[in-house]
Design a protein around this ligand. Structure first.
Ligand code: ASP
Ligand code: MG
Length: 433
């Protein structure tokens, strides 16, 4: 009886009609006139469903790169504020193009730039943070039947200057607008049809997930971050705004099926997900490098000195492993950084040789990080043990381990990554949905 009730309740929330949504279209969806006309079809479909919509667009594919190189030719890094004026124009163009195409179809649409909303930001140019979205203007337009076509990626600072939100920032614009106008959902239209249990290029049997929690999405960095800007997921999580990742180009999505549960992947809070799987996804990274400091003095302050200096130099450290000292005086310390930071990390450590004594500094780029992710881990024991035994059965050695409440990451030799991913993907029954 209890179970039946839950099922009925779940079904009714899934069948619910979204009354107000944000539709965001990325660069590949805005790439050319053919693509933009598909975008217009999606908008037309939602309007004919009676949905209240606000649209957010990215610049046409490749345009932001072109503008960045123009800005680089014109100026230097000291001129970030003018640089933002240049690189924000890609979205200005695409918002007006889409509005014109919609107008030609007799849809009342109007381009809106960040400053016209206004979407107010703080922090530095080039990676400004949204501090406030004034929703009155947008809501008035929508009430009067005008579809706002909002230029993503840009805002305006307290000093009244144009700002940009960092690469991929239109996703964050879309989520911020959705929160501002109290939308039911933020639809992110892109060139993939959802988030997968693992990278389909490595695991061809990877499955599209129907749902993923905000936290899992944040942890699925290797794939997730390519689909959505991380900050947009953080913002959605703090305001509990569901995001649906879906494709602009899949034909049957053009049908009148806005509320179908088969579309895309919904990124939502855990409560909305009834999942029997303990592990929901497998992520990897080949871009990290490992540094080992051998025979490091074992005394208070050493780790603070090393990691403090790395941080001061803008070097992000990911995994850290320190052995228990066998002789009570020395220990080995291993950590990973992005490969691109490896040489600076070594320089930082070497520059500390006056204060910090060690025998040898070793490095390796021949490593990969593999992570299993799932909110189900919170309530299940033995997940790590199973992971380690699958790796052992495949004769794969683990060099370092880190865990969080919903993620276990291991460092392994690079050449084993595909074998390890495949073995774990099937061990955790992700091959079948
Ligand atoms: N056009 C910007 C970029 O390419 C923002 C975005 O597309 O989200 O990074
Ligand atoms: Mg993007």
């Amino acid at each position: 009886m209890y179970l039946k009730l839950i099922v009925i309740e779940l079904k009714s929330t899934m069948d619910q009609k979204y009354k107000k949504i944000v539709m965001k279209f990325g660069g590949t969806s805005m790439a050319d006139m053919d693509c933009i006309s598909k975008v217009a079809d999606h908008i037309e479909r939602e309007l004919s469903n009676g949905t209240l919509i606000a649209v957010v667009v990215s610049a046409m594919a490749g345009e932001t790169d072109r503008l960045i190189s123009l800005a680089d030719q014109a100026g230097n890094n000291m001129q970030q504020s003018e640089r933002d004026v240049i690189i924000s124009t890609g979205e200005q163009v695409s918002s007006a193009i889409l509005s014109m195409i919609l107008n030609r179809r007799n849809i009342d649409a109007r381009s809106i730039q960040g400053w016209q909303i206004p979407l107010i930001t703080r922090g530095i140019h080039g990676s400004a943070r949204i501090s406030n979205v004034k929703s009155n203007h947008l809501e008035n337009l929508m009430k009067n039947g005008i579809v706002p076509i909002i230029a993503g990626f840009q805002g305006i600072s307290e000093e009244n200057r144009v700002t940009t939100l960092g690469r991929g920032g239109s996703d964050t614009t879309a989520v911020a607008i959705a929160c501002g106008i109290h939308a039911d959902l933020c639809d992110i239209y892109t060139d993939v049809d959802g988030v997968y249990t693992s990278d389909p290029r490595i695991i061809p049997v990877a499955q599209k997930m129907k749902h993923i929690s905000f936290e899992e999405m944040l942890e699925m960095a290797s794939q997730g971050a390519k689909v959505l800007q991380t900050r947009s997921v953080e913002l959605a999580m703090s305001y509990n705004m569901p995001i649906r990742v879906r494709s602009t180009f899949i034909e049957n999505d053009f049908e009148n099926n806005t509320n179908s549960t088969n579309i895309g992947t919904v990124v939502t809070n855990e409560d909305g997900i009834l999942e029997d799987k303990v592990v929901s996804g497998i992520a990897y990274s080949k871009s990290e490098a490992k540094v080992t400091i051998q025979q490091l003095e074992d005394k208070p302050g050493v780790a603070a000195e090393i990691f403090g200096n790395l941080a001061d130099n803008g070097i992000n450290v990911d995994m850290i492993v320190q052995n228990i000292s066998a002789d009570g005086m020395h220990t080995d310390l291993t950590f990973t950084v992005q490969e691109t930071d490896l040489s600076s990390a070594k320089l930082v450590i070497e520059s500390l040789s006056n204060t910090i004594k060690y025998a040898k500094l070793e490095e390796s780029k021949d490593i990969a990080k593999l992570s299993i992710i799932g909110v189900g881990m919170r309530s299940h024991a033995g997940v790590a043990a199973q992971m380690f035994s699958v790796l052992a059965e495949n004769a794969i050695n683990i060099q370092a381990i880190t865990t969080s409440e919903i993620k276990i990451s291991v460092l392994i030799e690079l050449k084993h990554i595909e074998k390890a991913m495949k073995a774990l993907h099937s061990a955790y029954k992700l091959d079948q949905n």
